[in-house]
Design a protein around this ligand. Structure first.
Ligand code: AMP
Ligand code: MG
Length: 349
């Protein structure tokens, strides 16, 4: 299959006439799958009612079929069709954070979605993205769009159309290229099926952001304790990994350099994921900065691009600096822990 690459100017969208978006929406209505930019990462969308379309998403990504998809909407009224019931606190979260990087899980209305979207669960995950191209595409398609991140399963999520094409060229009908995404990490996923919201996946909207609106917000057990059964099926899979094994490393710059030197003395090619503040401290085979430590949003934005860029040199091992688990740092460390398979090297003093 040939993958069409449409360049769109996100500032210039007028909703009525945008031939590339009209063409992409027509293909979605026909049951094809299309990658599109959102404010978090690029998504791979197919219409939610058609088994054939949803199956194509799983096939293109190589995604396990028990990992459900987030339904993307452009009109808040669609929640009424998709959900069976919505607690008041979930309405308040939608009021405050939609459109935006927050996914709400609620009991689903039976018979509305392809069963493949929810992987047999009785709940549905819904989000309204804050991106003019995503919103225009969903409106033009006239149907909610199921969309996971537009990467091969297990790889870092794509934050540019080039990342999408690296992974999925020839496997999908097209990609709408709206330039770099914004936040750079996937949405916060919050379970709204109980008396209080529970964060199942940290993201750009933090626990503190939500608590300011709805009071107590809990953190899902599986995020704190590895042995807990994840309530969100996707949490159990390895994710975001570059090709070489990645280790999280914590210690002084000289400790980190000693570890690099030891590995290189064993004949290993070593990559280091550093920051703009620290990159000049190291000597290694490849050093990549993932942003400015003092501007944690810049790290969120560049993290996946940095992880992907290690793949161009054939490295034996990658050491990644870590970040404090506060604010967006919680989401950054969640993704880094998964990329590293929870492997750490720590300086003991
Ligand atoms: P991705 O599509 O790769 O951004 O991942 C979406 C995440 O949302 C995965 O971890 C899914 O397991 C999770 N998810 C989607 N739908 C549900 C649901 N109904 N209940 C719990 N988690 C869900
Ligand atoms: Mg993903």
């Amino acid at each position: 299959m040939e993958t069409t690459h449409w360049i769109v100017d996100k500032q210039g969208i007028t909703h009525e006439h945008y031939p590339q978006i009209e063409e992409a929406a027509r293909l979605i209505r026909k049951g094809e799958v299309i990658a599109f930019p959102t404010e978090t990462v690029y998504g791979l969308g197919g219409q939610v009612q058609m088994d054939k379309a949803v199956q194509k998403i799983f096939t293109a990504k190589g995604r396990p079929s028990d990992n459900p998809l987030i339904v993307h909407i452009a009109d808040r009224k669609d929640v009424d069709h998709l959900a069976q019931s919505v607690p008041n606190y979930a309405e308040a979260l939608m009021d405050s954070f939609w459109p935006g990087p927050l996914t709400i899980i609620v009991p689903k209305q039976e018979g509305v979605l392809s069963e493949l979207v929810t992987a047999g669960l009785h709940t549905v995950a819904i989000r309204m993205p804050d991106h003019p191209v995503a919103l225009a595409l969903i409106k033009e398609a006239g149907v909610p769009v199921a969309a996971p991140s537009a990467n091969r399963s297990g790889k870092p999520s794509p934050t540019t159309a080039a990342h999408v094409l690296d992974d999925l060229s020839g496997r999908i009908a097209g990609v709408l290229d709206g330039g770099d995404t914004g936040v750079g990490l996937e949405s916060t996923v919050v379970d709204c099926t109980g008396p209080h919201p529970i964060i199942l996946r940290p993201g750009g909207i933090t626990q503190t952001d939500m608590e300011a609106v709805v009071g107590k917000v809990k953190i899902g057990g599986a995020l704190q304790n590895e042995k807990d059964v994840p309530k969100s099926p996707g949490m159990k899979y390895t994710h975001y990994a570059p090709e070489a094994p990645l280790y999280l490393i914590e210690g002084t710059h000289s400790f980190i350099q000693e570890q690099i030197d030891e590995l290189r003395a064993e004949g290993k090619k070593v990559g280091v994921m550093a920051t703009e503040e620290s990159e000049h401290f190291y000597v290694a085979d490849r050093i990549i900065s993932c942003g400015r430590r003092h501007d944690i949003e810049s790290v969120a934005k560049h993290l996946y691009g940095a992880l992907r860029s290690f793949n161009v040199s054939s490295l034996d091992v990658i050491l990644a600096e870590t970040f404090p688990s506060e604010g967006v740092g919680v989401a950054i460390m969640n993704r880094l822990e998964k990329a590293a398979g929870h492997r750490w090297i720590k300086e003991v003093d």
